[in-house]
Structures are given as C-alpha cells and as structure tokens.
Design a protein around this ligand. Sequence first.
Ligand code: C2E
Ligand code: CA
Ligand code: CA
Ligand code: CA
Length: 279
Amino acid sequence: KRKGKNSFSIFDNAMQQSLLDEHTLTADLNIALGRTHEIEPWFQPKVDQLGRFTGFEALVRWNHPERGLMNPGDFIDLAERKNLIIPLSDHVLRHACQQMSDWRRQFDIDSWTVSVNISQSQLAMRDFPEKVEKVLAATGLPARALLLEITETVVAENIYHSIRQMELIRALGVQFSLDDFGTGYSSLSYLRQLPIDELKIDKTFVDSLLHDEEGYAIVRAILSLAHSLKLSVVAEGIEEQPQWQELKTLGCEGFQGYLFSRPCPASQITEELGKQGLT
Ligand code: C2E
Ligand code: CA
Ligand code: CA
Ligand code: CA
C-alpha cells in the first residue's frame, strides 16, 4: 500500500515538473524568437546519382543558452500548441532563403535549391502566398531555387484550401515536395490531388529496402508510380552505401542522409563550398 502511494506521488511530481518545464520553455521560445542567432536553420546537403551536391534541406535548430542545442522534436510540437509556430516558421523560411541567396551570390551554384519544411498553420494562413513572395523579393532568391516541403498532415485539415494556397505559390515559380511519403493514411489520394513536383521517400522505407522483399517491392512501386506521374523522387535517411546503390539502380534521382552529410550549421557549409572551389 505504501509503495502504491509512493509511486503515485512520483507520477504527480513528474507531471508537475513537465508542466513547469513546458511553461519555462514556452517563455524561452518567445524570447529566442526575438533574438538573432538562437534559432536558426541548419542545412543538410542533397545529392544526385553521382554524389554531387544539388542543394540543401533547412532543418531548424535551437541553441538554447542553458539547455544547449535542441532538435525540432524538442520544441516544434510545443510551438504548434502555443501559437508560436507561425513566427518560428516564418523566421526559418526567411533565414533559409537569405542564406541560400548569399551562397548563390558567393558560389557558382545556379541550379541548386533549398528545401524548407512548412507547418500546417503556416500553409493555412491566407497571407502565406504573399509572404513567400515578399521573402523571395527581400532576399533576392529566385523562386525556382526554393522548394517547400509539406506532409499529408499539413494539408489534411482543409485539402481544398491547401491546394489553392499551393497553386498560388506555385504560380510564383516555387516548387512543392511531398515529404514522408507513404507514412500517412491516404498517400495515394493525396498524390492524385496535390500540385507537387517532388516526392520524398521516408526513411522507414529506405531502412526496409535491403531487409525484406516487401520493403524492396514497396520502394520499387513508389518509384514507378512517382515517375509515371512525372515527379522526381528523393530518398531520405540513407546511411549505408548499399542502400544508395540499390536506390540508384531503381532509378531514384535525389538522395539525403548521413552517408553524405549530417545537417550542419551554415558556417560549416560555407567552408565546405569554399573548399570545393565552386566560386
Ligand atoms: P523531416 O522533414 O523528415 O527531416 C528529416 C529528419 O531526418 C531530420 O531530423 C534529419 O536530421 C534526419 N536525418 C537526415 N538524414 C538522416 C539519416 O541518415 N539518418 C537518420 N537517423 N536521420 C536522418 P530533424 O532535423 O531532427 O527534424 C525532424 C523533423 O522536424 C523534420 O523531419 C521535420 O518534420 C521537422 N522540422 C525540421 N525543421 C523544421 C522547420 O523549420 N519547420 C517545421 N514546421 N518543421 C521542421
Ligand atoms: Ca522534410
Ligand atoms: Ca521527411
Ligand atoms: Ca521523416
């Protein structure tokens, strides 16, 4: 009986602690968004079949003064619930476009693109297409150099409004990528309806590619389906050479993963581009 009571109070404390944590973290996030360098996108290179860089995906990081470097998994959810996801996402979009624009000016990378993840509330905002247009104008990034990544969850709430928004943005020359493909409930119906240019095969499928026949069959089917729909395909989460080899054999055209590079801060990418002599 005593033990029971004891574990109950532990649970209670843990819950209180996590509420307290959430409260401080929300306050911190509010402050961080007003500062310049605390929240920034990092960049993970994308490569082609020959392993040459073709661009980057921007992935947000929060360098918290006390907690250290935090991944999106630690705060995106919170930002979404506390109505901070819009300022957070806008901040990332602006910084990613500015950085890519700077790199384009500095290095000979005309055909490269930057991919930015878009949240549900961001796409839903009526003024989002206008915001994208303004960011491109302000940063000098050509629309064709920007890809916006959406997931099924992002469009699910209001598919018709989402499609309309996407069409307005696409009219600017910006491209759309359907992220985490195959992990949701109705991937195929979205594939038919959404105005997209690229499809990203989720890491879970890449992981199963060489492990079982079913995994292999699914990846092959996704590639064949996407190509019939004239979509280009990027596979994500590639960690081993044989996975890359097999995906190339199957006709996949773009690749991302630790095998090529982890996400890194912009300064490190600048250094790398300099070394490659792309100026
Ligand atoms: P995602 O868009 O599917 O991004 C890919 C995630 O896989 C990233 O995690 C990346 O670091 C990780 N990754 C890449 N290659 C490998 C690999 O070879 N092995 C393994 N194990 N992982 C790999 P990250 O940066 O923690 O981001 C997690 C998720 O947070 C993203 O998933 C995306 O949904 C979301 N996210 C990131 N940045 C933003 C943002 O600016 N806005 C919004 N709304 N969401 C974001
Ligand atoms: Ca993504
Ligand atoms: Ca993904
Ligand atoms: Ca994923």
